[in-house]
Design a protein around this ligand. Structure first.
Ligand SMILES: Nc1ncnc2c1ncn2[C@@H]1O[C@H](COP(=O)(O)OP(=O)(O)OP(=O)(O)O)[C@@H](O)[C@H]1O
Ligand SMILES: [Mg+2]
Length: 367
């Protein structure tokens, strides 16, 4: 268990290529942090700098307040699990897990106990005599986890550890990893580009783009209070819909004019939009906040393009002047392609973004 602090760290690979441009992050003891972002945004580079496998170009890394920036990887008390497991094929499961403990010169009896205990925790306690080649992909990944956890690291780093597993196993392992974390309480950083994995596992999510952090927050923060359009579009499946509207204040009402509809809403609690009166802003609307309503209550009507059944719900797609709009509709609602449906908004959940900066327009009511 440890705290970690990244202070203004950066990694420049070549004159033009920055792996990470700037990272500032404070990780609390026992916290489970998830780094999330598109391919190439600098997640692995960040992890490698923390582990000491990559030198920083700039900045300081503190573990429990102690500067570890120039300390060799093996002396940092950090364990890392990679996407491609990297377990040793010629060693048995037992030997794989025991290896680092032997390096630490732990007494034999203690090693035996620790290996069994850790293997049981990740549910491979019965497989200790096997060679990695005799295991399934999921079991091999568990060996990699056990090997990293056996040393009881102060900080546990996992870089897309589940991405080689099939979809069903990933979801199972997600829950198990969370349970393991609750048991070990090891401060953990987990990398993924799967937003639903991030939402379900993280205490806090760090969303990265182009080598920088764009938002740090709880799963609720990034979902309900996305700091900009990139986050609103990246988090959630399907992602947020965006509507560019002209904003006009009329006494206690605001009218938001889109090319397909005009939405009139109460201005109470959203007075901050006043400075945008006469200007364009962007509405971010999550697919579950676009509602099928009776025609007389509809803000607009539109023809259904595609219906995607998902079992528990259905995703309905509409075509609004060359922009696909997606909404989540209950499984019971009868909708078919070609139907004209009435649409409304869950007004309290609409996000407002500045069209120029693409940043969230902060509202007093959210503070
Ligand atoms: N050794 C290297 N030399 C030069 N450029 C590198 C090196 N390693 C990474 N990069 C570049 O740094 C940037 C960040 O890479 P990184 O591997 O950290 O991304 P990532 O977020 O982990 O992506 P992914 O989701 O695909 O794993 C990318 O543009 C990548 O091409
Ligand atoms: Mg990576």
């Amino acid at each position: 268990m440890a705290t970690l602090e990244l202070i203004d760290i950066a990694k420049r690979f070549t004159k033009k290529v920055w792996g990470v441009k700037k990272m500032d992050l404070e990780v609390e003891e026992k916290e489970f942090i998830v780094l999330l972002g598109p391919s190439g945004c600098g997640k692995t580079t960040t992890m490698r700098m923390i582990a000491g496998l990559e030198e920083v170009t700039r900045g300081t890394i503190l573990l429990d307040g102690k500067d570890i920036t120039d300390i060799p990887p093996r002396d940092r008390g950090i364990s890392m699990v990679f996407q491609n497991y990297a377990i040793w094929p010629h060693m048995s499961v037992y030997e794989n897990i025991a290896f680092s403990l032997k390096l630490k010169k732990m007494p034999g009896a203690e090693i035996k106990q620790r290996v069994q205990e850790t293997a049981d925790m990740v549910k491979i306690g019965e497989l200790l005599k096997r060679l990695p080649g005799q295991l399934s992909g999921g079991q091999q990944q568990r060996v990699a986890l056990a090997r990293a956890l056996a040393v009881r690291p102060r900080l546990f780093l996992m870089d897309e550890p589940l991405s080689n597993l099939d979809a069903k196993l990933r979801v199972i392992m997600r829950t198990e990893l969370k349970a393991i974390h609750q048991q070990t309480e090891a401060t953990s950083i987990f990398v993924t580009h799967d937003q639903s994995e991030a939402m379900s596992m993280a205490d806090r999510i760090v969303i990265m783009k182009d080598g920088e952090i764009v938002q740090i927050g709880s799963p609720d923060d990034v979902y309900f209070r996305s700091s900009n359009m990139f986050v609103a579009g990246f988090i959630g499946t399907p992602p947020s819909n965006f509507f560019t509207v002209k904003c006009e204040f009329k006494k206690e009402k605001i009218s938001l004019k889109h090319s397909h509809f005009t939405l009139e809403i109460d201005s109470i609690g959203i007075e901050e939009l006043k400075k945008y009166s006469g200007k364009e802003i962007v509405l971010g609307v999550r697919p579950e906040d676009l509602l099928v309503v009776a025609d007389d209550k509809a803000v607009f009507t539109e023809e259904v393009l595609v219906v995607e059944p998902q079992g528990s719900h259905q995703v309905v797609a509409l075509n609004l002047s060359e922009t696909i709009v997606k909404m989540i509709v209950s499984a019971e609602t009868k909708v078919n392609p070609g139907d004209k449906i009435g649409l409304g908004f869950n007004i309290k959940r609409i996000h407002f973004f500045d069209k120029e900066t693409e940043n969230r327009i902060p509202l007093i009511s959210e503070a």
